[in-house]
Ligand binder design. Structure first.
Ligand code: ATP
Ligand code: MG
Ligand code: MG
Length: 556
């Protein structure tokens, strides 16, 4: 396996190992909140955390950060596990839940109360927010800040017993209301939520805050390097304060790296959920979504996504990655590994007049022209075939490397044909091309070529009788603007949806060998692009999603 390129986090780990820290252990974690499906941004964090564990012989835990019963759901828990596995990673030990530590976290809260480092505040949420101040105004101490340990114990017990309503009381850390860091101005540790939790049911009506839960869960699990995105940098002093003031079995450290931002899409679960809930897309796994399940349905491979993340590297510099970089990653992978097939997206019938009626030949083509090991495929050629409408013109100059009336092309892997005449419908539209073929041109150039000029080109085709009618879904970018999340006053990111992000072609024809492929089989349809079998597909009615064109083509 190729060695992963170094980055500042790996350098920190190398140094820690050299100094003998953590008894030589490297333990990371990937900590999603189960409030949505994973997106491409999460892939960066997954590749980083699991990649580090893999290359240092360490462990990476999968831990659901499930402290908010309101927004969390079981379907998210299942999809997240599936996505991590699909990317090719294995978590160490069982799936973990922050909610699995609620008892211990409660004990830790009591420790803080007993040390005079936490107190119950019974002011209104508005008052607490107001007294917290902001970047320019210092905070003010709560009148409840100096309650006795006994009083705090009693009030916290009553909070837990359900004697207060939501918003009537919180437990706060007692740190420093004058701190320039707002996160240290007596942050809330516990709040009341009278909601059942997907893991703990009705056991709790108080729930610990993320900032309290995360460092202490890390410590309980023996995480050595807790890697998170830069927006948590200002939370690190609180992380360390908790580790310092609670009696925990180990000392994890937090390191921050920059988020992955991609243009022409949104990577926030809140916005993605809105797209789903309002029906702008066909669910979380709509192939236009930047979710891992959407990318998967679109035809992305785990390798493409991992290579993409690896190539991005890990740093503390914020940047926006161009969507074309992601698309190039899947092209690279599929170009190497996807079997080839013929699919005619916009069929026009071509009749070979000198081909005997009822005669059929089986032509042999490579599955991959650059990879013999992938074997060969068989394609029936019959008197009537389909070619793409784009591949025929009545007249054209020399630059047009396709079929022109009176001129010749090769049917790829087959014979040379010449367009002799066209048949039109009542409206004057061409509905058929009448051709002749040269039987002596299979795998070789035509003889007696004088006066005919060079062959114009080679085009793909599918037997009319043997090809299988199919549907092809052409996807485009979901948003028309590079930064849909940046909206003017009174606008919504939804105003920037691309109305042409999905175009369905229902009258396509695919070569029979590709028709029965199971969902998620990927192909390069020669001369068209990369396509993946959709889960709506059946053998009788295949459905293909376009993953990417053969080359970059934005803007169109
Ligand atoms: P969102 O804003 O979409 O809700 P989140 O950060 O709240 O994202 P979590 O489920 O908490 O989502 O994320 C799990 C892990 O993935 C966190 O460690 C988080 O830092 C990381 N992560 C989330 N988005 C990105 C991103 N765009 N780039 C890199 N890492 C990310
Ligand atoms: Mg989060
Ligand atoms: Mg979030």
């Amino acid at each position: 396996e190729a060695k992963a390129p170094s980055n500042f986090i790996r350098q920190i780990i190398d140094r820690d190992l050299a100094e003998g820290k953590n008894d030589g252990r490297v333990v990371t974690r990937f900590p999603p909140e189960p409030n949505g499906y994973l997106h491409i941004g999460h892939a960066k964090s997954i590749c980083l955390n699991f990649g580090i564990a893999d290359s240092y012989g360490g462990a990476c835990h999968l831990r659901f950060d499930d402290t908010n019963p309101e927004k969390e759901e079981d379907q998210y828990i299942r999809s997240i596990q599936r996505d991590v596995e699909w990317l090719g990673f294995e978590w160490a030990g069982p799936v973990r839940f922050a909610s699995g530590y609620f008892d211990q976290l409660h004990d830790f809260a009591l420790q803080l109360i007993d040390k005079g480092l936490a107190y119950v505040d019974t002011q209104s949420p508005e008052k607490i927010a107001e007294m917290r101040g902001n970047f320019t105004t210092p905070g003010q101490n709560s009148p409840h800040r100096d309650r006795s340990v006994e009083e705090n114990r009693a009030l916290f017990a009553r909070m837990r017993a359900g004697e207060f309503d939501e918003g009537e009381a919180v437990l706060r850390a007692r740190i420093d209301m004058q701190s320039p860091n707002l996160n240290l101005r007596d942050p809330i540790l516990y709040r009341i939520r009278k909601k059942a939790h997907h893991q703990t049911g009705d056991k709790w009506v108080i729930y610990p805050m993320y900032d309290f839960t995360h460092p202490l869960s890390d410590a309980l699990e023996g995480i050595t390097h807790s890697l998170c995105t830069l927006e948590f940098e200002d939370h690190r002093p609180l992380y360390d304060w908790l580790i310092d003031n609670v009696d925990v079995p180990a000392r994890p450290r937090q390191y921050e790296f920059s988020r992955l931002n991609l243009n022409f899409t949104v990577t926030s679960k809140r916005r993605l959920k809105l797209l789903v809930d309002e029906g702008h897309v066909d669910g979380w796994d709509d192939p236009r979504m930047p979710t891992l399940s959407g990318l998967r349905r679109r035809g992305y491979t785990p390798a493409a996504i991992r290579n993409f993340c690896e190539a991005l590297g890990v740093s503390r510099a914020d940047s926006v990655i161009d969507m074309s970089v992601l698309e190039e990653a899947v092209r690279d992978d599929l170009n190497q590994h996807a079997p080839r097939a013929f699919c005619v997206l916009n069929p026009l019938k071509l009749v070979i007049e000198n081909w005997p009626e009822g005669h059929e030949e089986t032509l042999v083509a490579p599955v991959h022209p650059q990879d013999e090991a992938m074997g060969s495929r068989e394609m029936p050629l019959t008197r009537e075939v389909y070619i793409d409408r784009e591949d025929f013109r009545e007249e054209a100059n020399k630059k047009y490397k396709r079929l022109v009336l009176g001129d010749r092309v090769r049917l790829r892997y087959g014979y040379v044909v010449r367009a002799e005449s066209v048949v039109r419908d009542d409206a004057g539209e061409i509905v058929e091309i009448r051709c002749s073929y040269d039987p002596d041109t299979l795998g070789k150039n035509p003889e007696n070529d004088e006066g005919q000029g060079k062959l114009r080109g080679v085009i793909h085709w599918v037997s009319a009788g043997r090809g299988v009618p199919c549907e092809v879904r052409l996807y485009d970018r979901l948003f028309q603007v590079a930064n849909p999340a940046k909206v003017a006053e009174g606008e919504s990111f939804l105003d920037h949806l691309n109305p042409e992000s999905l175009r369905v072609l229902s009258g396509c024809v695919v070569e029979p060998g590709a028709a029965g492929a199971v969902a998620e089989t990927r192909f390069q349809f020669e001369r068209e692009g990369y396509f993946s079998v959709d889960r709506d597909s059946t053998a009788a009615r295949p459905v293909f999603n376009r993953t990417a064109g053969l080359r970059e083509s934005w803007p169109r």
